[in-house]
Design a protein around this ligand. Sequence first.
Ligand SMILES: *Cc1c(COP(=O)(O)O)cnc(C)c1O
Length: 379
Amino acid sequence: MKFGTKAVHAGVHPDPTTGAIMTPIFQTSTYAQVSPGAHKGYEYSRTQNPTRFALRDSIAALEDGKTGLIFSSGMGAIDTLMKILKPGDEVISSDDLYGGSYRLFSRVYEGLGIKFHFTDMRKVDNVKKLVNEKTKLIWVETPTNPMMNIVDIQAIADLKKGTDILLAVDNTFATPYLQLPLALGADVVMHSVTKYLGGHSDVVMGALVLNDLELAEKLAFLQNSAGAVPGPQDCFLVLRGIKTLHLRMKQHCENARALVPVLQDHPLVEKVYWPGLKDHANYEVAARQMKDFGGMISFVVKGSKEAAFKVMEKFELFTIAESLGGVESLVNHPATMTHASVPPDKRLELGIVDNLVRLSVGVEEPEDLVSDLKQALEL
Ligand SMILES: *Cc1c(COP(=O)(O)O)cnc(C)c1O
């Protein structure tokens, strides 16, 4: 089945009792049992909920995975995966990374005795050098946030082949429409469903998708033990959002493609980061592992932080806000917003300068976005 058809149909079936075409919102915490222990597979909604399971099956199908788990946030998903580790274990992680992931790794799990190596994964050799018998997990984010670096998933998967090291990929920026990490050799795919999968800036949610049913069972145990589950109403909203994922992604990519040349040609713009640019350091890898280049663009405004702020404040259609992946265009200042939890010297090392601006290009008409960008750059 092709992707767009799966987006509309996968995981969802008409309700067997009424024929309702939309998966009902099973707004219930518990389920009746005819006799103690005799039930229909549903006992308590932290453990099982039909609306959540429909969404699980939908997202798993989109990622070409056997199964998955849905969490109350992207961070809840990452946190649950990290709980499979033990003190003394080591993780190799992308160095340019979602600020919240960096915070969880460096300020929570480091303290629990897990060692993290943050490295530039654009060079696979950097990863290779860090692998040792204590390595249990490789954490890849690609494209990275906010620098739009591209990591070669298949090359990293090849490197750990034959070991019991898990390769997990944060696929939030690309979505399964653009990139399928499991097919490239990853073991676990993670999503902040909050972003493109939800797609309408109205829900915070996370997901893991995988093929290893034994690991899935372990993760379900951890999720049920710790409790990071979403409510059924939110699951319903995401089930609805996913039906248009392919249409939205097409438009996000097309709109980004219309905006990039405006930025490139502009005297007030020093540098543009978008994986679809031929001069992007990993353009070849992006073109190979992604279907298109996505709707996220970062750029450096010539001058200071104040110049960047001025441009941001001048936008009329792009709203200054955290988050990304919704139908409406947003503009973000990573150094003070999404990446404030990354130490300043570390930020500079990664290229997250004070005049860096990140766009989440929405699905509005490209002409309107182009005019808005042009007028915002007229200082
Ligand atoms: C937002 C985000 C997360 C965290 O997800 P939440 O849903 O906000 O908890 C993780 N990774 C990336 C790339 C993100 O953009």
